[in-house]
Design a protein around this ligand. Structure first.
Ligand code: SF4
Length: 753
């Protein structure tokens, strides 16, 4: 609870504008000071600068904005990294773990950068300084004392660069396990599975340029105004070129409605560009029913004008399963579909009318689709709609799962995956002369269960805030506490450092914006954005401490300390220059030919993408229609459905502030957004304090002391912020096939305190 009282104001109708600039300056100058802050912003997302550690929205291929190629939340992410606040051993001597753990995630995050390696011995209350060599020795010893490499977990967050990710997976496989869970398991894993099975590649097909050529852009389960803010610039340009925007979301998110472009005078003066033409306030998990209703209406139009609505030649040439799909579609009951998605028949007909003669259609989506039990099928339903219209593999059309973390897609491309494909394992074997483990490892949910059951006892995280990012907080905390050793490679202090194994280590690394010198020579790393563009990232800021190491160096030294001379990999080579890492990526992973030459080209290069080129890398070389049932979540009268969301002052588990200005919520994060009708039925009013409860699997999970906020959200639907509400998300509640935690559809009851 903040010391200031909860304040609830109007939901904003337009995003960004002057307030975004004010917030940017406040955060950056507040943390880094004027000179350092200005330098940090001046190089952010520039072709010879560094890549934003925020989301994975692409930078323009052509000119980058001279005013600044970043958004408010990108600037906040940089403020966090460029802060001058550093945590020395003296800080940890003054503040014990229990005291720090009692703080909120916001307060912990505001403490600053960890200045040198810190160790928490068994039974100790305070972290204490340790040398890098001693730290690596401690980890190596713990790993080598395990009965099997599968008793260790190696987690990766999406901030990890290509170079560090490639070395990390190489080390972990040389050590002997595929236990490589990553944050993708919790976000777009459902997209990867759905697109891989139906279209032959687990990535989106569109480029930024396609947005400017689209006739219709459908945005489902995504809040770009907060989570991918520069997308609003692309939507503004698309609108100027005549595109229609359809937004599907239980919440009337500000960034979907209007945009005051702060890079334009009119935007600064408050002149709004209206974005969404058709807002569909779908009920939680109503997307599948909505998509089927639209397809059903389009099929009716197709009956009346064969070949005028469906792209018959595309369907015949490039797809499989059309007949069976249409047979199933004909059985659908439109009224039931409308009821299941909570959208009026009139709006459904408006959508179908809009799409009837359009073919350049882009579908964008994010967690609002991927974190559901039927997520994989719902994403395949999007693909069905695009296949009917032939909207894949041509300008202005295609799939666009928008990645929420700057290099989460790159990490997967580098081999950070618990279920690696055989071609990749064979390539590792032929290029590095060792046989990597062939059996699948643990994803995030399986890793939590393995630690909880004692099947795994050493946990190592490359970035991230595992405890706060994962479901079932109390269960996950118990799992981490059962470990003999927990290790975090981090820039800043976070809650996962404070919920630890018998022993714990914090290894402070360089951030994206930090200058990285190796033998006095500046090094750069590279990342892959949502559109599959690989570009370099070279930090410019002097690090806050001379005891920080880069992620690649940390991995190499850890590998040497653990594997010693039993490793066939020449780790010392990589410690000479990162070009050697990229050379080995080039010979191991397809699509990286001339990596070192092409990554130095301004703006980098595109990875191959079969869908973008109009082909489908499935076994049949065809795109597959998919048939799946509508699933509706049955609620008892006293139950509600909860989805976890981010506030505008948040990036994943990093909390920049206690306000959510677009939604009109100030000074408080323990809030539940409720429909007025549901509040009335429970005799609740704004500001009432409640406990939220979940009883899945016969276990009572309680999120205490939340304040009720009336909000325009569909009946029986509610929303809360994570990580505070993750305690309610059952570890066994996962999406079919992708095993992604179901954070968007949690059955809760509300209990007045
Ligand atoms: S849109 Fe995403 S990548 Fe771009 S500046 Fe903002 S947070 Fe960073």
């Amino acid at each position: 609870m903040s010391d200031k009282k909860l304040k609830v104001g109007q939901v904003k109708r337009s995003a960004a504008g002057l307030p975004a600039i004010v917030e940017t300056v406040k955060q950056v100058v507040g943390e880094a000071g004027l000179t350092r802050g200005w330098k940090a912003l001046a190089h952010l997302n520039k072709k010879d600068g560094y890549d934003c550690p925020g989301c994975a929205w692409p930078d323009p291929d052509d000119e980058r904005s001279a005013l600044g190629e970043y958004c408010e939340n990108g600037a906040k992410a940089i403020a966090e990294e460029a802060t001058l606040k550093k945590l020395t051993p003296e800080f940890f001597a003054q503040h014990n773990v229990a005291e720090l753990a009692a703080l909120s995630d916001y307060e912990i995050g505001r403490k600053g950068r960890v200045a040198q390696p810190m160790f928490l011995p068994a039974g100790a209350a305070h972290y204490q300084a340790i040398s890098w060599d001693a730290a690596f020795h401690t980890i190596g010893k713990a790993l080598n004392n395990l009965g099997s490499p599968d008793e260790a977990i190696f987690y990766t967050s999406g901030r990890t660069s290509n170079e560090a990710a490639f070395l990390y997976q190489l080390f972990v496989r040389a050590y002997g396990t595929n236990n490589l869970p990553d944050c993708s398991n919790m976000c777009h894993e459902s997209s990867g599975v759905a697109l891989g099975e139906s279209l032959g590649i687990g990535k989106g097909s569109v480029t930024l340029e396609d947005f400017y050529k689209a006739e219709v852009i459908i945005i489902l389960g995504q809040n770009p105004g907060t989570n991918h803010p520069r997308m609003l610039t692309a939507l503004q340009k698309a609108k100027a070129n005549g595109a229609y925007i359809i937004a599907v979301n239980p919440l009337p998110e500000t960034g979907l409605m209007g945009f005051n472009n702060p890079q334009q005078v009119k935007g600064l003066l408050g002149v709004t560009t209206a974005l969404t033409d058709l807002f569909l306030p779908v009920t939680i998990n109503g997307d599948m029913a909505l998509l089927k209703a639209i397809e059903y209406l389009l099929w009716q139009y197709e009956q009346q004008a064969p070949g005028q609505v469906f792209d018959r030649s595309f369907i015949e040439q490039h797809t499989a399963g059309y007949e069976a799909f249409i047979d199933d579609l004909q059985q659908q009951n439109l009224d039931q579909l409308a009821e299941a998605c909570g959208i009026s028949m009139n709006q459904l007909r408006q959508v179908a009318e809009l799409l009837k003669n359009k073919t350049r259609i882009i579908a964008c989506w994010a967690m609002g689709l991927t974190q559901h039990t039927n997520a994989v099928d719902t994403i395949k339903e999007i693909v069905n709609l695009l296949l009917l219209k032939g909207s894949i593999g041509k300008p202005g059309a295609g799939t666009c799962p928008v990645r929420g973390h700057s290099n989460v897609q790159g990490d997967r491309t580098m081999g950070i995956y618990e279920k690696p494909g055989q071609p990749f394992l064979n390539s590792i074997e032929s290029n590095f002369q060792f046989k990597p483990p062939q059996h699948a490892g643990y994803d995030v949910v399986e890793a939590i269960k393995a630690m909880h059951s004692g099947r795994a006892s050493v946990f190592i995280a490359m970035g991230g805030n595992f405890l706060s990012a994962t479901p079932d907080t109390n269960y996950t905390a118990a799992a981490l506490r059962k470990c003999t050793l927990t290790v975090h490679v981090s820039t800043k202090l976070n809650r996962s450092h404070l919920v630890h194994g018998r022993e714990a280590l914090i290894l402070p690394c360089l951030g994206r914006s930090d200058k990285d010198l190796l033998h006095g020579e500046e090094q750069f790393v590279s990342c892959e954005n949502s559109m599959g563009v690989i570009q370099l990232s070279k930090g410019v800021l002097p690090p806050v401490s001379d005891q920080l190491l880069s992620e690649p160096v940390i991995v190499c030294r850890l590998a040497k300390a653990t594997l010693g001379n039993r490793s066939p990999v020449n780790w010392d080579k990589y410690l000479q220059h990162y070009d050697h890492i990229r050379d080995d990526i080039e010979r191991t992973i397809p699509g990286f030919a001339d990596y070192n030459k092409r990554v130095r080209q301004p703006g980098g290069f595109y990875l191959p993408n079969c869908n973008r080129e109009g082909s489908f890398n499935t076994a049949s070389k065809k795109a597959h229609f998919n048939i799946a049932p509508i699933t509706t979540i049955k609620l008892a009268d006293h139950e509600l459905l909860m989805m976890t969301i981010r506030s505008h002052d948040q990036f994943n588990t990093t909390i920049y502030g206690l306000n959510d200005r677009y939604r009109g919520i100030y000074n408080e994060r323990r809030v539940i957004l409720m429909n007025q009708q549901d509040m009335d039925q429970r005799n609740l009013k704004q500001g009432d304090e409640v406990d939220l409860c979940n009883y899945s699997g016969g276990i009572e999970r309680v999120a205490h002391k939340f304040l009720v906020v009336p909000y325009p959200i569909p009946v029986r639907c509610t929303a809360t912020y994570f990580p505070e509400a993750n305690v309610l998300v059952p570890v066994n509640s996962v999406a079919k096939k992708s095993n992604t935690p179901v954070s968007k559809a949690v059955v809760i009851t509300v209990r007045k305190t």
